[in-house]
Design a protein around this ligand. Structure first.
Ligand SMILES: [Fe+2]
Ligand SMILES: [Fe+2]
Length: 336
């Protein structure tokens, strides 16, 4: 491949990475295919991406060719040096460089000759990992032009990786807040019982058994955790009453579904979780029409996810006769 053709291919790769990162495709598979192409364009033997795992203090490969995942201590080898300094490195002869760590070659059976390694920096300039390309096939060392292409690709990839990491971090924090909220709610309503968490588990099992795709199962799980959140707004004397509710009390009780809706709207979930508010408040709606809260959606318009949670809710009542017996009786309702 001539220099001109190589430059053209490099630009194509940059464009491909930018476009595919904006698509909904799984980031790891996008990076895998672009890095594979990068190996070909730079006429190299292998290329990889290592990310720093803060917990284990290791560099771990998330993209690698013809080998299982590689991991090593963050300070080791050329990649460790790039991580520490935040500067790129062009190594013409790996084994002649005392900073090179031959341990990985011993494990993988590969023989490293030349190395091109660049840091992957996030928004704040912190180094998240290292991108590298190994062994130019023509035996020459990598050059400044190869370096420029790898740096450009690594910069785009680093920002995309950091965005995913931040999103996952935010999701974990939200999950922790919700778990604490649900625990508090359970302690208030059932003397330390586990209504919401059991309904979540039953709903999740049902959704999986029905073959719902992973994102929908996740949505069912979140909505099930939060389905009775509105009980926070129901007076204690109604919530803890062990005999039949008066019509007025029944009305107050039924309002928990509306309160679930209001509280979830205040939480203002975004992304994958935005639909929770369209599901959780409707777990008392009935398939044949009716139930509460009154108004749409009705009957078969009630989302499948809400009906799954409703079924799990009723099953919980059966499994917990102390609460459930009355709830299953129309004459003496003790709804959960
Ligand atoms: Fe409920
Ligand atoms: Fe419930």
């Amino acid at each position: 491949m001539g220099d001109q053709a190589k430059r053209g291919k490099g630009l194509e790769l940059l464009l491909q990475l930018s476009l595919e990162i904006c698509s909904q495709r799984d980031l790891k598979s996008v990076l895998n295919s672009v890095w594979k192409e990068l190996t070909r364009v730079l006429q190299a033997e292998r290329s990889s991406i290592f990310l720093l795992d803060e917990e284990s203090k290791e560099l771990q490969s998330v993209v690698a060719q013809e080998t299982d995942q590689i991991r090593f201590q963050r300070q080791k080898g050329i990649a460790g040096r790039v991580l520490a300094t935040g500067l790129p490195m062009l190594i013409p002869d790996a084994y002649a460089d005392p900073r090179f760590n031959p341990e990985i070659d011993r494990i993988t059976g590969f023989r490293t000759r030349s190395i091109l390694a660049v840091p992957m920096k996030g928004h704040s300039g912190s180094v998240l990992g290292v991108a590298q390309v190994l062994n130019r096939k023509d035996g020459n060392p990598f050059d400044e032009e190869d370096l420029a292409l790898l740096e450009a690709l690594a910069a785009i990839a680093a920002v995309a990786i950091e965005t995913v990491q931040l999103y996952e971090e935010q999701l974990r924090a939200t999950e922790a807040v919700i778990a604490a909220l649900v625990k508090g709610l359970e302690m208030r309503t059932e003397n330390g019982g586990a209504h919401a968490s059991t309904v979540r588990e039953l709903s999740s099992l049902t959704a999986k058994a029905m073959g719902l795709e992973e994102a929908r199962v996740k949505l069912v799980e979140w909505a099930a955790s939060l389905h009775d959140l509105g009980k926070l707004a129901v007076p204690d004397m109604v919530l803890h009453k062990r005999v039949a509710l008066t019509p007025e009390e029944r009305l107050l009780y039924e309002q928990h579904a509306l309160w679930t809706k209001k509280l979830l709207e205040m939480m203002d979930f975004s992304g994958d979780l935005a639909a929770v508010v369209k599901i959780a408040p409707f777990h008392h709606k009935e398939f044949q029409g009716g139930g509460f809260p009154h108004g749409p959606p009705e009957g078969t318009d009630v989302p499948l996810e809400a009906r799954i949670i409703g079924a799990a809710d009723s099953l919980w009542c059966k499994m917990n006769p102390r609460f459930g017996e009355r709830s299953m009786s129309l004459q003496e309702p003790w709804p959960i």
